[in-house]
Design a protein around this ligand. Structure first.
Ligand code: ADP
Ligand code: ASP
Ligand code: MG
Length: 800
C-alpha cells in the first residue's frame, strides 16, 4: 500500500492528469495505492472568489465563475476520456456537481450572508471535481478504481476553515472503507483538504491542506510511505521561483522539514509532518513532471540520514512574504513580571499568530501575517505604549540541523546580507533556524546572496541535486524514455490478444519469433508487403480520433498479399512521432490490434520512435509490413487472365488509404461540415476504416474461377488492375456500373477535379477487383451474395 498525493499543478491540465495517472499505474504494479488529490490548480482560488461574490450578493459574477469551473472540468474530461459511453457517465456526475455549486450560490445569495460553514462547502467542490474526472479517466484506461468521498472517512471537529480530525473515528473509517478496497486490488481515489463533521457538515483543513490529508490517511493506513507529488523536484534549497539555481535536497529530517514548512516553504503544508513522525513513516516529495527524479526523502531513519546531515549544514532558505512588523515601545512596563503574558494574551484573543519576536529593554518587535490582524488589535496594544507598524516585509529563515550550534554560520549569513537592510533578527527558539526580516523589495537580493554563500559550486553532491528540469538530458531534448515504457506497458495486454499459435515470444524481445505451421501446404511461399497510412493520419490528428488508422494499415497490407492468394501470418509496425503521448499511441495500436484479430494475423513486433524536430509535436507516421503464406500452386498473379474474362468489383468503404492529399486540399478546414446525404461529418467520412477483403475472398483461394485479383489503391482502378493483366490485353470498364459513394462526388464538385484525376487518384467506390472466367461469373456472384457482399460486374478484359 502507498498513499500518493498529487497537488493542484499535478492534476491541473489534461496532460498533467494523464501523467499522474501513469505514475499511479506504475505504482499500482508494486502496491495498490490510495490516491489523494488536490483541486486542479487555480480552482480553489476561484471557489473562494465565488463564495465571496455570492456572500456580497454579486450573483452574476458568482454564476459566471461557476460556469468557468464547470466548463474547465468538462474540457478536461473531454480530453482525457475517449469512450463516448464513459464520457457520458462522468459528464452526468460533473453536471450534478456543477448544479449543486449553483444551488449553493443561490442559497447564499438569498440568505445574504456567507458563513465559515458555507465557505468550506464552496471550497470543497474543487477536490470533488478533480477526483471525479481523475477516477473516471483512470477507469476508462482499464484500471480497477474506486472513487471514495473522503467525507465518509475524514471526520473532523467543526472548526470550519481549519478543521482537525477526530483520530479514532477516522482510523476506524479507513479500516472499514479504504483498506478492504485496496486489499481487493482496487486503486482508491479520494479528496485531500476536505472532511466532514460527525453530523455530515463539510469542513476543510485549511489552504494547502491536501498534504496534511495524505499524511493523516497514510498514518491511519499504517502505510510504509507517503508520497507528495508536486511540480518541483522535492524540497529545495529555496523556492525555485525566487532562486532559479535552487537545488533539490535528497534527504532531510522531520524536524528540518517541519521547520521549513512552518517558515514558509510552500512545498509542504506545515502540519504534514506530524502524523508521519508519529508513526515514523517516511515522506517522499516527488516531481510529477519528472517522476524519475529522486526528489526528497523526509525521515529520521539514521541509515538514510547518514552522511546527509551534519552539524551546521544549511539545508534550505524559507521565505514568507506579506508580513508586517509591529513594534510596541514603552519605558514603563518592560521587565515587569507578567507583561509578556498580557501582550501575547491580546494576540491570542484575536486568534493572530506571532511569527518572529525580538525584545529589548524598551520595546518588543514581532511579525504577523499582514492579513491576519485588525485595527482593534492595534488599538488594544496601544494600552501598553506606543505602537508602530512596518508593512510589506518578509521573513527569511535559514534552516539546517544543528545550525545554531555550529561555528561560523551566523558570520556567513550576515556577510552575505551586508548590502541588505535587516529590519529584525531572531535566533528562533529552535536550534535549527536563524531568521530575519527584510523589506519585500529586498527579498530577491537577500535570498540569492544567501543561496550563493551556502550552495554555490558542486560541493555536497550527495545531499543536493540539480533538479531534473535544469539538467539537459534525453527527455529534455524531447525523447521521453519513460513515456516509451509507459506506452509499451499500456499496449502489452492488447497486443497479446493478437497472438496466434505460431507466436513463441512475448513483446519486448529483440526479434519477433514466429513458428509457422506449414503442414497444410505442399510448397509454401511467403508473401510480404509494406505500406503506410499516408496523410489520412492528418485527419485522425485533427479530429483527435486515433483508434481507427491502425486498422486501415493492417487491412491495407492484408489486402495487398490477399490479392496474391496469401493469408496473413504476422505483422510488424513502425510508429514515429514528434512527441510520444502514450494514450494516443496506444489508441493507434488498438486499431492495429482490432484488424489483426479480424484477419487472424499476429502483431509480433514494432518500433516506436520519438523524433522531435523531424515531426511536429502532434504529428506521427505509421507504417507496417505483413508476411503471409500461399501454396505455390495457388498463387494468384493474373498470368491466366484471358480476353473476355469479367471484372467483378467489390465495394470500398470510402477513400480507404489513398487520395488524401487531394481530398484534404479540397476540403481543408471543413472536417466538421456535413453534406446532405452524408451520414456524418466530412471528417468522419474520410476516416472510415479501409476494409479487409480477407473473409470474402478466402473462400475462393485455390479456385480456378479466380484468374486475378487487384487491390485498388493509389493509381486507381485502371492503374492497379493493369499491374496483373498480361501483355496484349486491356480493360473495358463501365464506370457507371456501380453506385459511387457521395464523398467522391463532393471532392469532385468542391474541387472541380477533372474526371481523369478522379479515376487515377481514388477508388471511386471499388476497393477490390476480381477477374473471373466468364462462365464462372454467376457462380462467383452467388457465392459473394451468400456472404452479403454487394458485388458488381464492372467490365471485361479485351484484346488490344
Ligand atoms: P501543490 O499544488 O503540488 O501542492 P504547491 O504550489 O502547494 O504545490 O507547492 C509547490 C511550490 O512550492 C513549488 O512550485 C515552489 O515554487 C514552492 N516552494 C516554496 N519553497 C520551496 C522549497 N523550499 N522547495 C521546493 N518548492 C518550494
Ligand atoms: N485545493 C486546496 C488549496 O488550493 C488544498 C490543496 O491544494 O492542498 O488550498
Ligand atoms: Mg500544496
Amino acid at each position: 500500500m502507498a498513499v500518493m498525493k498529487f497537488g493542484g499543478t499535478s492534476v491541473g491540465t489534461a496532460r498533467a492528469m494523464q501523467q499522474a495517472i501513469s505514475i499511479v499505474a506504475r505504482e499500482q504494479e508494486n502496491a495498490v495505492p490510495l490516491v489523494v488529490l488536490s483541486a486542479c490548480s487555480g480552482i480553489t482560488n476561484k471557489l473562494v472568489r465565488i463564495a465571496d461574490a455570492a456572500g456580497r450578493g454579486a450573483l452574476d459574477e458568482a454564476m459566471g465563475l461557476a460556469a468557468d469551473v464547470r466548463s474547465f472540468h468538462v474540457a478536461l474530461l473531454d480530453e482525457l476520456i475517449k469512450s463516448e459511453a464513459s464520457k457520458k457517465e462522468v459528464a452526468v456526475q460533473i453536471e450534478e456537481l456543477a448544479g449543486r455549486l449553483e444551488m449553493l450560490i443561490k442559497g447564499v445569495d438569498i440568505v445574504g450572508e456567507l458563513t465559515e460553514r458555507s465557505r468550506d462547502m464552496f471550497c470543497s467542490f474543487g477536490e470533488l471535481f478533480s477526483t471525479t474526472v481523475f477516477a473516471a479517466a483512470m477507469k476508462g484506461q482499464g484500471y480497477k478504481v474506486a472513487w471514495v468521498d473522503v467525507r465518509t472517512v475524514m471526520i473532523t471537529d467543526d472548526h470550519f476553515g481549519f478543521a482537525r480530525p477526530i483520530n479514532e473515528m477516522c482510523e476506524e473509517n479507513v479500516r472499514r472503507i479504504i483498506t478492504p478496497l485496496l486489499q481487493q486490488g482496487t486503486v482508491v481515489v479520494t479528496q485531500g483538504y476536505i472532511g466532514a463533521t460527525k453530523d455530515g457538515k463539510t469542513t476543510t483543513l485549511g489552504r494547502g491542506g491536501s498534504d496534511f490529508s495524505a499524511a493523516l490517511l497514510g498514518a491511519w493506513l499504517n502505510d510504509n510511505a507517503i508520497q507528495i507529488w508536486t511540480d518541483v523536484d522535492g524540497v529545495m534549497t529555496c523556492d525555485p521561483r525566487l532562486v532559479p539555481e535552487a537545488r533539490s535536497i535528497r534527504v532531510m529530517t522531520f524536524s528540518e522539514a517541519a521547520e521549513l514548512a512552518y517558515l514558509g516553504a510552500k512545498v509542504l503544508h506545515p502540519d504534514t509532518i506530524a502524523p508521519a513522525v508519529q508513526k515514523n513513516i517516511p515522506v517522499y516529495v516527488l516531481n510529477s513532471v519528472h517522476p524519475d527524479a529522486k526528489g526528497t526523502i523526509i525521515t529520521n531513519d539514521p541509515e538514510r540520514l547518514s552522511g546527509m546531515s551534519y552539524g551546521g549544514l544549511v539545508k534550505s532558505i524559507a521565505v514568507k512574504k506579506g508580513q508586517c512588523i509591529i513594534n510596541v515601545r514603552s519605558n514603563r512596563m518592560f521587565g515587569r513580571h507578567g507583561f509578556m503574558n498580557e501582550l501575547f494574551g491580546i494576540f491570542a484573543r484575536y486568534g493572530v499568530s506571532v511569527e518572529m519576536i525580538s525584545t529589548s529593554e524598551v520595546s518588543v518587535s514581532l511579525t504577523v501575517d499582514e492579513k491576519s490582524f485588525s485595527e482593534e488589535l492595534i488599538h488594544d496594544l496601544e494600552s501598553f505604549g506606543e505602537v508602530d507598524r512596518e508593512h510589506h516585509v518578509a521573513t527569511i529563515s535559514v534552516v539546517g540541523d544543528n545550525l545554531r550550534m555550529s561555528r561560523g554560520v551566523a558570520g556567513r549569513i550576515f556577510s552575505a546580507l551586508k548590502d541588505v537592510n535587516l529590519r529584525m533578527i531572531s535566533q528562533g527558539a529552535s536550534e535549527i533556524n536563524v531568521g530575519f526580516v527584510v523589506e519585500e523589495s529586498e527579498v530577491l537580493t537577500a535570498v540569492n546572496n544567501l543561496h550563493r554563500e551556502f550552495f554555490s559550486g558542486w560541493q555536497n553532491e550527495g545531499i543536493f541535486e540539480t533538479p531534473a528540469g535544469r539538467r539537459m538530458d534525453y527527455k529534455k531534448a524531447g525523447v521521453d524514455i519513460s513515456a516509451g515504457e509507459e506506452f509499451v506497458r499500456m499496449i502489452k495486454p492488447q497486443v497479446r490478444q493478437t497472438f496466434t499459435s505460431g507466436v513463441i515470444t512475448d513483446i519486448g524481445a529483440f526479434g519477433g519469433f514466429f513458428q509457422p505451421d506449414f503442414s497444410p501446404y505442399k510448397k509454401p511461399v511467403l508473401v510480404s508487403s509494406i505500406d503506410g497510412v499516408g496523410t489520412k493520419l492528418k485527419i485522425a490528428i485533427e479530429l483527435g480520433l486515433y483508434d481507427t488508422v491502425g486498422s486501415c494499415l493492417v487491412n491495407h497490407c492484408t489486402n495487398d498479399i490477399l490479392v496474391c492468394g496469401a493469408k496473413p501470418l504476422f505483422f510488424l509496425d513502425y510508429y514515429a512521432c514528434g512527441k510520444l503521448t502514450p494514450a494516443n499511441a496506444a489508441a493507434v495500436v488498438t486499431g492495429m490490434v482490432n484488424a489483426c484479430r479480424e484477419n487472424g494475423c499476429a502483431l509480433i513486433g514494432g518500433e516506436t520512435a520519438e523524433m522531435p524536430g523531424l515531426y511536429h509535436e502532434r504529428d506521427f507516421d505509421l507504417a507496417g509490413s505483413i508476411v503471409g503464406v500461399v501454396d505455390h500452386d495457388n498463387i494468384i498473379n493474373g498470368s491466366t487472365i484471358e480476353a473476355d474474362d469479367v471484372l467483378i468489383g467489390l465495394p470500398s468503404t470510402g477513400l480507404h488509404t489513398n487520395g488524401y492529399s487531394l481530398a484534404r486540399k479540397v476540403l481543408e478546414g471543413r472536417m466538421h461540415q456535413t453534406f446532405t446525404g452524408l451520414d456524418g461529418t466530412v471528417g468522419e467520412e474520410l476516416l472510415k476504416v479501409h476494409r479487409s477483403y480477407l473473409s470474402v475472398i478466402e473462400p475462393f483461394f485455390g479456385s480456378p474461377d479466380i484468374r486475378g485479383l487487384s487491390h485498388i489503391t493509389g493509381g486507381g482502378l485502371m492503374g492497379n488492375t493493369m499491374r496483373i493483366v498480361p501483355e496484349g490485353l486491356s480493360l473495358d470498364v463501365d464506370w457507371k456500373s456501380w453506385p459511387e459513394p457521395l464523398i467522391f462526388d463532393i471532392v469532385r464538385r468542391e474541387g472541380h477535379v477533372p474526371e481523369e484525376d478522379m479515376r487515377r487518384t481514388f477508388n471511386l467506390g471499388i476497393g477490390l477487383v476480381m477477374i473471373v472466367e466468364k462462365k464462372a461469373v454467376n457462380r462467383v456472384l452467388s457465392c459473394l451474395k451468400s456472404q452479403q457482399e454487394n458485388a458488381y460486374v464492372i467490365g471485361q478484359v479485351h484484346r488490344r
